[in-house]
Design a protein around this ligand. Structure first.
Ligand SMILES: C[S@@+](CC[C@H](N)C(=O)[O-])C[C@H]1O[C@@H](n2cnc3c(N)ncnc32)[C@H](O)[C@@H]1O
Length: 511
């Protein structure tokens, strides 16, 4: 009934081809057309009113089972740990100005929405992305408070901008939630703004996040930042993840089971609890492989892996990981995948690598040289010793004439010479340490660089620098360097944003 008010106003457009002339206003905005067509209430509500009366006369409300309240979600009138499940469909940045749009109807009730806590991006209200993120975080923190431990929240999200997406992710993690899955939701009809706005996605995403069950936190409190705490987190986290996903009979890669993703979730959780991260990336990845079964690049609990193996046996193909090279980190990941399958010489890798460096490359990220990436992250076989098993396995499976040869066989050594391959875990840790040093040196250079803005940089150096500054509790450095980075680059990188936001929170807390 209330929606009919729009039709009864000068916002209603006259459309010669429109038959009844009802609901002809432009949704989502206050737009007064050159040809208006105000409709009388009787005409606008007539048929609809009769249908409503009919519907509600047979409607039997059950009392005492539901509560409806209208207030900001950042201040809920509920006891802590009382809610079993939360489903939330928050605003997605700047697409719809809810409070403003509600005004027309609300003034009839003489109750208007208080716009201050409204979680939107609106430059007229001086709410940019960081303000939106803060407002969302307040709501998520309140959700976290009222949710029972170990329970879930579903967040629907529809905005294609990476920066808004990152703001939501950071807000969720800062509030204490652990993200367990992100999936696409098929909605048949796109909303008005989804169809018309250049920045909105056609498809909605659904984030499933949980509040850890309390036991984990308690154990972390007792043990502190020991490696056991990290493995405890992984153990608890893996239990929450889908064992397998399939679409049209094809098995899909469960991204949250990717070792690096699990590492990121672990780091976020430690930082959130202000506990130093006990393991380096490589130590973590190595420990993960020895402690948990891995299948098709995904990590499982022993009790989950049998179920996965059963599913896997029913399909011909292993799930494919989608690789999209956009920065140094993803370029390294692409190389790891490539060289694991096929240890190759520089000449073989180069053309394949170049096809990956396309238009999707991030704007401010330095383009790395392939030779430098190989030097820093991989090993080259120079034929001075036995052929390493990575190359041996590859050659003996792919070349007839090289089968069943010893690792010291000259034919094998000649064929293996100058091939780059992925290091063993021990060697990988050495390389990581060396690389970390180089990255931190580069970070120092950013710190020393005069002038306000950094135009081009290595995201990996910034991430390493932030990580190290964080463990030294040097929040000032994180904030000052982050302020040198162009805003969109900061907002488009979930990790940088996370460190920056965490540093801001700590600084504010100490004031
Ligand atoms: C995407 S819409 C939800 C649409 C709803 N699911 C539906 O189908 O009609 C987001 C809603 O969040 C509300 N909102 C904005 N800031 C809020 C806050 N701080 N607390 C609670 N709700 C808020 C907006 O008024 C808007 O109604």
């Amino acid at each position: 009934m209330e929606q009919a008010i729009w039709t009864m106003s000068v916002l209603n457009r006259f459309q010669p081809q429109g038959f009844k002339q009802v609901n002809k206003y432009l949704p989502g905005v206050y737009y007064v057309p050159s040809h208006t067509c105000e409709i009388s209430p009787w005409y606008a509500i007539g048929a609809r009113g009769k249908r409503l009366v009919k519907t509600f006369s047979s409607f039997k409300p059950i009392l005492g089972t539901a509560i409806t309240s209208t207030s900001t979600a950042s201040r809920l009138d509920l006891e802590g740990e009382t809610i079993d499940y939360i489903f939330t469909d928050p605003p997605f940045g700047e697409n719809i100005y809810y409070a403003d749009l509600n005004y027309l109807i609300e003034v009839w009730h003489r109750v208007t929405t208080e716009p201050t806590p409204e979680a939107i991006i609106d430059r007229f209200k001086k709410k940019a992305l960081p303000e939106y993120q803060r407002l969302m975080q307040k709501c998520f923190a309140e959700y976290y408070r009222v949710l029972k431990p170990g329970r879930w929240m579903t967040v629907v999200f529809s905005n294609s901008r990476a920066s808004v997406w990152n703001a939501i992710q950071v807000a969720l993690q800062q509030a204490g939630f652990v993200v367990a899955e992100v999936t696409a939701l098929d909605k048949i009809l796109g909303s008005y703004r989804q169809v018309t706005s250049a920045t909105a996605v056609k498809q909605d995403l659904v984030i499933s996040a949980y509040k850890p069950n309390g036991g984990l936190e308690q154990r972390l409190g007792e043990r502190g930042g020991a490696p056991e705490s990290a493995w405890d987190f992984v153990q608890t986290h893996l239990r929450q993840l889908s064992v397998s996903k399939s679409k049209n009979g094809v098995l899909e890669f469960v991204v949250e089971r990717d070792p690096r993703r699990i590492y990121d979730r672990m780091v976020a959780w430690f930082v959130r609890h202000d506990v130093p991260v006990p393991l380096s990336t490589e130590e973590f990845l190595d420990g993960l492989r020895t402690r948990f079964p891995v299948r098709d690049g995904m990590v499982f609990l022993p009790e989950q892996v049998t179920e996965y193996d059963r599913k896997r046996a029913q399909v011909a193909q292993a799930p494919q990981v989608e690789m999209f090279v956009a920065d140094e980190r993803s370029a390294i990941d692409w190389l790891i995948d490539f060289l694991r399958k096929r240890p190759s010489t520089y000449q073989e890798i180069h053309p394949e690598f170049m096809t990956q460096l396309g238009a999707g490359w991030k704007k401010h990220e330095t383009r790395p040289e392939l030779s430098a990436l190989l030097e820093d992250n991989f090993l080259r076989y120079d034929a001075s010793s036995d052929v390493p098993s990575q190359i041996h396995n590859y050659l003996s499976t792919n070349y007839h004439d090289l089968r069943n040869l010893e690792k010291s066989d000259p034919r094998l050594k000649a064929k293996g010479k100058d091939r780059w391959y992925t290091p063993d875990p021990g060697k990988a840790q050495d390389l990581e340490q060396k690389r970390e040093k180089t990255l931190l040196k580069e970070f120092e250079a950013y710190r020393a660089a005069p002038g306000r803005r950094l135009k081009e940089f290595r995201l990996e150096a910034l991430r390493a620098g932030f990580r190290s500054a964080w463990s030294a509790k040097d929040f000032k450095t994180i904030i000052s360097i982050a302020q040198k980075v162009p805003e969109e680059a900061l907002q488009e990188d979930e990790k940088l944003l996370f460190w920056y936001d965490s540093a801001l929170t700590r600084m504010e807390a100490s004031v």
